[in-house]
Write a protein that binds this ligand. Structure first.
Ligand SMILES: [Ca+2]
Ligand SMILES: [Ca+2]
Length: 284
């Protein structure tokens, strides 16, 4: 880097420092707030798992017998499962309970709850456990849950085993993108003789999940000409919700015109402001 560090733009610095692999870059960009729409689309389908931090030497209180190899895993939603590694640190047979604990990610919507007892022989030093991750079409923020180790022989099973490494966090990386909404044209001319005018709202850069926006007609407030269209006299005002189902990229909105003038005279009709995405989910 040849520039004076003081002069370097922070976004440029983030770009220079980002990791090489596609999956790591995905997580890095999201952390750095760099998730541009185009990048997002390219990364869709890049399945995988990231093991963030190896616990050795990183925890204050380490369990002497057993613990997770990593304290934080990230997994793409479409990967199907996350695999966590449990390390046995003592040369003895060991039976422990492994269970998931919901946080922002919940079961069964985001992952399949896991609660099982595993046994490791004297010679085994590691055991891998797979937890199913649910892939949906809805855009959502990244969600977390935990996996923890407990003693299955204890009557009181609420407590996990002592130590900072007997619990790990799993972050589910969403790779769905709802897209952005906009009008396909910013100006449409309609003849007074017409019964209706069709306006198209398009969805670009992604079409995952159901999204909706409100659409509203507004008369021109400033007098551009004496041909400003008047509500109910020239057109029927419209204020309604436009819903895009999963995969839908275009919606037609019809505005009824009131035909009470002579034919073939042009009348400017301005549609409402750019639609805004209101929410990503529809109640069933
Ligand atoms: Ca998905
Ligand atoms: Ca999703």
């Amino acid at each position: 880097m040849e520039e004076d560090p003081v002069e370097v733009d922070i976004q440029r610095l983030l770009t220079i420092l980002q990791p090489d692999s596609l999956l790591e870059r995905f997580a890095y960009r999201k952390q750095g707030g760099m998730g541009g729409n185009k990048e997002f689309i390219k990364l869709k389908g890049a399945k995988g798992q990231i093991d963030h931090s190896v616990t050795q030497g990183k925890v204050e209180i380490e369990n002497e017998i057993v613990g997770f190899k990593c304290l934080h895993y990230s997994v793409t939603e479409s990967n199907g499962h996350v695999e966590v590694t449990i390390v046995k640190k003592a040369p003895q047979e060991l039976t422990i309970g492994v269970r998931t604990v919901a946080d922002t990610a919940i079961s069964p919507k985001d992952f399949t709850h896991f609660d099982d007892v595993i046994t490791m022989t004297k010679r085994e030093t590691e055991k891998k456990v797979q937890i199913a991750i649910i892939d949906d079409d809805e855009w959502e923020p990244d969600l977390d849950f935990f996996v923890e180790l407990y003693d299955p022989n204890k009557e009181e099973k609420n407590d996990r085993l002592i130590g900072d490494d007997t619990r790990c966090k799993v972050t589910i990386l969403d790779e769905d993108f709802p897209g952005t909404l906009g009008f396909d044209k910013t100006e449409i001319k309609a003849h007074k003789s017409r019964e209706k005018v069709d306006i198209y709202v398009t969805r670009s850069d992604g079409s995952d999940g159901t999204i909706n926006c409100m659409i509203k007609t507004e008369p021109l407030t400033e007098v551009v000409s004496n041909m400003n269209a008047v509500e109910f006299e020239d057109y029927c005002p419209k204020h309604e919700k436009v819903v895009f189902g999963h995969g839908e990229t275009e919606k037609c909105i019809t505005i009824q015109l009131v035909n009470n003038k002579g034919p073939e005279e042009e009348m400017p009709l301005k549609k409402g402001e750019e639609p805004e995405v209101e929410g990503e989910e529809e109640e069933d």
